[in-house]
Design a protein around this ligand. Structure first.
Ligand code: DGJ
Length: 469
């Protein structure tokens, strides 16, 4: 599937008229010129790719990467749910339509729910396992260095060169879950953005709430009754500031804006600047991406989440410019997580089903502004249900492993809408390599970039040498 991207130089967020191709008859010559042109482009792109510098992974690390790429199968059997209807109701209405596995996953009284949210006895982290275990257990409660569950949902990582430290920013959801209205989505009040620091990506120290929610001023964007989601932080080398972008909304998700905050230190405190609708458009799930040359971009779900928009930030990272492209138009994708390998941009997205899990898709592009091509479901291993639900989670960030080019950590949230503070983290290895498994229409064949794979592991650890540049 090839993505057609539309650009807007002066930001109006109204839908451009669909271009209608005139129904003129194509002459044979035109068809053959088109075929020739496509073949030429194909040929030159291959030459261009072959010219690219190869990034070599030391032989000693190859076996470690292979371990990450082992395909781990899972089988589970759950007893069918009981129909709790009274015999009279059963007689009157007949048997109830059986719930789907996702309904069961979301139902806190079900066996399926208990399986995917294992209890506190299975927690992992430095205080539990000793400092040398270093195993990730996707879906279990993850403890920080104080022995408390990590509260950094919808989060992202920043590697700070100056302190040679990783920082994990995310939503602190450590409050009661409730519904603002009878039909509205489950929520917790804004508590703020948490920050954790780590040298090894496994042992995380709580640095506190670096951007707190506001208790009293009801007109403030960060008033506890509003929504603050998916905070991400990047460092601006020119202004020497840490810049945070986040999704800001009201309880009904009608404000659909981004918020911006800054700090002189990665551990805050961050000063909240303002919220806005980027390019005058609705903005819900979002992320920011800093490219190798220091240019930064915002990517957000817009037009009722039917498409994503992407645009460069100003040099100080505090605003958008007038340039924006619409990508994945009509695909209804959210939770974007962007990363780059050997000059190609990649992105994982989810479908739009609230807190319920759905199938991830991987996308790729030669220019960050598009066109973006959809490559299919990146999930490998587990079983069919796990693969069709992103292992019962939703993407939030993809972090490169600097010593292992082509290997990344896929970060996702397993949301628990009956108790959002008990939502879990799924960190899994993501690798780029091998042949894509889905042919693409526009290329008359397979894409010339590689497959993106996210491997299911019940338990895994980072390979040796992941941090050496
Ligand atoms: C899906 C989004 O990805 C989450 O960040 C959150 O906004 C939920 N929807 C709310 O239903």
């Amino acid at each position: 599937m090839v993505e057609t991207s539309r650009s807007a130089a002066v930001a109006p967020c109204s839908r451009p008229m669909t271009r209608i191709l005139a129904g003129s008859r194509c002459s044979c010559l035109a068809v053959w010129s088109l075929v020739g042109f496509i073949l030429m482009i194909h040929f030159f792109t291959h030459i261009h790719r072959d010219d690219e510098e190869d990034v070599l992974v030391p032989l000693s690390h190859l076996s470690d990467i292979r371990e990450l790429e082992e395909v781990e199968e899972v089988t589970f059997h759950f007893s069918p749910p009981r129909d709790r209807r009274s015999p009279r109701a059963l007689k009157r209405k007949g048997p109830r339509k059986p719930p789907t596995v996702i309904d069961e996953f979301l139902d806190e009284s079900s066996e399926v729910h208990a399986f995917f949210f294992p209890n506190r006895k299975t927690t992992f982290g430095p205080t539990k396992e000793g400092n040398n275990s270093m195993y990730f257990y996707p879906g279990r409660v993850w403890l920080d260095t104080d022995g408390n569950p990590i509260q950094a949902h919808g989060g992202g990582l920043l590697y700070d060169d100056r302190t040679e430290t990783y920082y994990w920013y995310g939503e602190n959801k450590d409050g009661p879950t409730y519904h603002a209205h009878r039909k509205s989505a489950a929520r917790v009040d804004i508590i703020g953005v948490s920050c954790y620091s780590s040298k090894d990506l496994w042992m995380w120290t709580n640095e506190g709430i670096v951007l707190p929610g506001v208790e009293t001023n009801v007109t403030h964007d960060l008033h506890k009754s509003n929504v603050l989601e998916r905070p991400k932080v990047i460092y601006n080398d020119k202004t020497d500031q840490y810049v945070m972008w986040m999704h800001i909304d009201d309880a009904n998700y009608t404000k659909a804006a981004v918020g911006v905050a800054v700090s002189d230190s990665p551990t805050g405190p961050f000063t909240y600047l303002y919220s806005m609708r980027p390019h005058g458009c609705e903005s819900r799930d979002m992320t920011i991406f800093k490219d190798d040359d220091g240019k930064a971009f915002v990517i957000y779900s817009s037009e009722d989440n039917s498409e994503l928009h992407i645009g460069p930030l100003t040099d100080d990272y505090l605003n958008v410019t007038r340039v924006m492209r619409r990508i994945l138009v009509g695909r209804h994708r959210e939770a974007p997580a962007l990363f780059k390998h050997q000059g190609i941009y990649y992105m994982i997205t989810s479908g739009c089903t609230g807190w319920a899990p759905n199938k991830a898709l991987a996308h790729a592009a030669e220019s960050i502004m598009g066109p973006w091509e959809t490559m299919g479901n990146p999930c490998v291993g587990g079983n069919r249900v796990l693969r069709l639900t992103t292992f019962f989670s939703q993407s939030t960030f993809v972090a490169p492993l600097p010593g292992l080019p082509g290997s990344f950590v896929f970060m996702a949230d397993r949301w628990n809408p009956s108790e959002l503070k008990d939502s879990r983290y799924l960190w899994l290895p993501l690798t780029i390599g091998g042949l894509a498994d889905e042919p693409l229409e526009y290329n008359f064949g397979f894409p010339h970039w590689s497959r993106v794979s996210i491997y299911w592991h019940k338990r895994w650890k980072l390979p040796e040498g992941w941090r050496t540049e």
